[in-house]
Structures are given as structure tokens and as C-alpha cells.
Design a protein around this ligand. Structure first.
Ligand SMILES: *Cc1c(COP(=O)(O)O)cnc(C)c1O
Length: 366
């Protein structure tokens, strides 16, 4: 236990509940849980342990994948950007990791790496224009991999650019049709859907769905809250008031004096700053809870501290609890107020913030 009061509670039963919500949407589709970026900032091993009944895991970091395999997980583990060198292919074989194949260089590496049989997911670029082979190139890629005796199982995948968008449904429709046309007649497993598509586009579920953000209890949408989707927050970041200042009209707060009081007011200083993962660009009026009461930040966060308005918080005093996001304050709301998305806030949680497990059999420190 560090004594600095900022902590992230990781609610294991909320995580399990959210996995059951994924299941409720997908019936018998297999679930590949996305645990990239240290499980969206929540801590890989404890998240994986709570999700151990998932059908597969996916991430981009090879060391994390090996760590999971060494921890005893038998499911497919998919590396979403594949391998980056011929030498890595050997590790894929050794640890039975599956690779997304999305570019020509990876095909050449596979050709150079004769004895290392691995399972692959061929990524098709159906319109997002980030990773993947064009539909025109795909038949050549498939043929080249299918005729390579060092390739194990082949699956097919794509990724949606707009599945979270309530308006641009036709973009999903176009990508879905492109994927179907490109892969028609092939009897190979398919994977398309992220959280947003799992919820909003059931016809895209195919053989494997790939939920990320919904598992962690945030909404993938701007027009629907997590609560409306029956998702429970997994990460709650709390800290405490470590100072209280009484301002008079005209007093300024923090570096640059960005906030200026127009009347006498009480403010609190919270042990939480951008080095903990709180967004520095958050402006005055970002929602925050003090003693479970909604109030607002004042000025920019500094590295280790931020200021909050105590005008509306009854009897606030030193040591009172502060919630940055999570239980009681959806991360989506903080994200909206800071012009970013829940994903970025969760992933940015700094290693120096201690994580504690809630509602797991062993109520332990991470
Ligand atoms: C991150 C990622 C996902 C999960 O997306 P969410 O929006 O978090 O559900 C799915 N597929 C791929 C390829 C990803 O990179």
C-alpha cells in the first residue's frame, strides 16, 4: 500500500457481469475478449483471470501474450497487429499465438520462416483504411497462405470504422457487404464485430465477436449511456482532498491562474494529476465527485494535483473522498467533458496509481 490516497478499484464482479451482457447479445458466437493496453488500463492478469471462460484473448503486445500463455490459458491468443519480424514468428509457434496478417511484408516473413506453423487471421480492409488487404488483393493472399504448409488454421476478419455511430449505419452496411462479397463461398471462421457492432449490428456477429470497451463497463456510444446498456463500471478511480483554500473574489488558482474566483469560495486540492492519468486538457467544469456529490474541476490539472469547487459540497473537509470516474460518475461523462473518449481515459491510468481488486474471491492488491 502506498500512502498517497489515489487508487483505482477494479470491480471483478462488474467485469463478469459485463461479459454476461456480451453473451446475452451473442448466443453461441465465440467471444474473443480484447485485453490490449494492459486490459484497457485495468491490469492484464486479473482481468484475464476474471474472464477465463472467454473463448479467446486478443491484444497487440507480444510480451503480454506470452505472459498470458505462461499463466496457463489454453484459449487462442490473437495478436492484432501480427508479428513485426521473422524472429518473432518462432515465438508465435512456441507459445501457440495466432497472428493477424495484414500486409505484404508479413507474407514475406512467413515465406522466410519455414518451420513455424501458426494460426492466422487474414485482415481485410473493407473501408476503414487502417490495416488489411484490399478486396482485390485478398484472393492472392488467401491462396498464398493456403498453399503454405506452415500455416495452421486460417480465419478472416475486418474492423468497422463507424459501428458506434447512430447515424452512419450505411458505412457499417457497406463494410459488411464488402466483407461478405470478398469472402463469399469460403468455409472459414469470420470475425467482424467490436463492442459497438455487437450491440448495434447483430448480423455482423459471425463466428467470433471482439468486445473491448463494453467489458470494462463504458458505453461505446455517445447517444446511449453504460447504464442504459446495463454495463457496470469496472474501474473506479478515487483520491482525497489534501488541501482546502478559501478564495476571495479575484483570487486565481493553479499554474497560469486559469481559474479566477468572482466571489468568495472554498476550493479543494485533490491528490490526482496528469501523471496519474487525469487529462491535463480538462477545463474548468469537468465533472468530479467530492463525498459522492457532483461538483467541478477548476483550471487545468497539474502533474500531481487538481482543484475542485467545494461551494456546493456540504461540510467538505481534508481527507474527504473524491471520485475521478467510475462508480457514481460514468467515465463516458468525464470523457465527453474533456473532448476525448472513455478508452483514452482508462488506458491512460498511470502505473503509479495502485490498483485494488473489488468483489473477487481474494480481495487483494494487484
Ligand atoms: C480494440 C479492438 C477491438 C475492440 O474494440 P471496442 O470498441 O473496445 O469493443 C476489436 N477489434 C480490434 C481489431 C481492435 O483493435
Amino acid at each position: 500500500m502506498t500512502s498517497r490516497p489515489i487508487h483505482a478499484q477494479i470491480n471483478i464482479s462488474a467485469l463478469k457481469h459485463n461479459l454476461s451482457v456480451v453473451r446475452s447479445y451473442t448466443s453461441d458466437t465465440k467471444i474473443m475478449v480484447i485485453v490490449k493496453a494492459d486490459a484497457y488500463g485495468h491490469g492484464l492478469l486479473h482481468i484475464a483471470s476474471a474472464l477465463k471462460n472467454a473463448d479467446g484473448f486478443a491484444m497487440l503486445e507480444l510480451d503480454a501474450a506470452i505472459c498470458l500463455r505462461n499463466a496457463g490459458y489454453q484459449q487462442p491468443i490473437l495478436l492484432l497487429e501480427g508479428f513485426f519480424s521473422v524472429a518473432e514468428i518462432k515465438l508465435f509457434k512456441q507459445y501457440q499465438l495466432s497472428a493477424v496478417i495484414h500486409n505484404e511484408v508479413q507474407l514475406e516473413m512467413l515465406a522466410l520462416s519455414k518451420q513455424h506453423e501458426i494460426d492466422v487471421f487474414i485482415k481485410i480492409n473493407t473501408g476503414m483504411n487502417r490495416l488489411g488487404f484490399t478486396p482485390e488483393k485478398f484472393p492472392y493472399v488467401l491462396q498464398s497462405l493456403a498453399s503454405n504448409s506452415n500455416i495452421g488454421n486460417i480465419s478472416l476478419m475486418t474492423h468497422f470504422a463507424n459501428a458506434d455511430d447512430p447515424v452512419k449505419n450505411e458505412t457499417v452496411q457497406k463494410q459488411w457487404q464488402c466483407f461478405n462479397t470478398t469472402t463469399s463461398g469460403l468455409n472459414l471462421p469470420r470475425s467482424l464485430a467490436n463492442s459497438a457492432a455487437i450491440i448495434r449490428h447483430p448480423k455482423t456477429h459471425a463466428d467470433w465477436v471482439r468486445p473491448g470497451i463494453m467489458l470494462y463497463g463504458a458505453s461505446p456510444f455517445t447517444d446511449k449511456t453504460a447504464a442504459e446498456l446495463n454495463l457496470h463500471p469496472v474501474m473506479t478511480v478515487t483520491s482525497r482532498l489534501i488541501a482546502i483554500q478559501n478564495l476571495t473574489a479575484g483570487d486565481k488558482v493553479g499554474y497560469g491562474g486559469l481559474f479566477q474566483a468572482t466571489r468568495p469560495m472554498r476550493i479543494g486540492i485533490v491528490a490526482a494529476g496528469y501523471a496519474d492519468g487525469y487529462p491535463r486538457h480538462a477545463l474548468t467544469n469537468t465533472p468530479i465527485l467530492v463525498k459522492d456529490q457532483l461538483t467541478r474541476t477548476l483550471g487545468h490539472a497539474s502533474m500531481d494535483m487538481l482543484a475542485v469547487d467545494l461551494s456546493t459540497v456540504k461540510n467538505a473537509q481534508l481527507g474527504d473522498s473524491v471520485t475521478l470516474w467510475g462508480e457514481g460518475l460514468p467515465v463516458n461523462e468525464v470523457a465527453r467533458a474533456t473532448a476525448t473518449i472513455s478508452y483514452e481515459l482508462l488506458c491512460a491510468l498511470a502505473p503509479r496509481v495502485e490498483k485494488t481488486l473489488q468483489n473477487s474471491q481474494l480481495n487483494s492488491k494487484l
